[in-house]
Design a protein around this ligand. Sequence first.
Ligand SMILES: [Mg+2]
Length: 220
Amino acid sequence: MAALDWPEIDTVLLDMDGTLLDLHYDNHFWLEHLPQRYAQLRGVSVEQALGAMAALFDEHAGTLNWYCLDFWTTTLGVPVLELKRETAERIRLRPGALEFLHALKAAGKQVVMITNAHPDTLALKLERIALAPWFDRLISSHQYGFPKEHPGFWQALAADVAFTPARSLFIDDTLPILRSARTFGIGHLLAVRSPDSAKPDKQTEEFEAVIDYAALHPRL
Ligand SMILES: [Mg+2]
């Protein structure tokens, strides 16, 4: 991984799930826990639950609905936030993420979380992991009405936060989101090699990826 040119970077934009937090919690919840609990609560088989959800997942991937707890609670007819709390002990930091945030703060960078997580999911995660003190702003894309995949998100961000896109670093584990940020003009982009600790490494195509946060720390 090439070293970052820290003097050229004023603002660091960070995704949450799969970037700072282990994506294992989310993958386990959506692909295992929710189908099982849905099957129990709705009196159907797990296979039927998985089938119904797979069709909905395909239809809404990459949209704000995909990330919206209210949408899933209404569409599935089960209390998704309550069910999320049942596995909250799986919410974990990725290795080195906290030390990286500490180093960014010490180096005086503006640090902004930009997440597609619903505000209630964000709140649940912040209850478990004390991330908030390390950020100048915590932004859920639901506040803007567009997911990060959409150009409207970046326009809303630019209107809300003072930052220079060309002098900003953005780290996110979702490649279509990195492409959206690149189109907007974010100058420094990194993917994540291992967003889910329970899965093999991810191919990050045209993007360089964070392998170890310790190798990224800004020099003071
Ligand atoms: Mg992510």
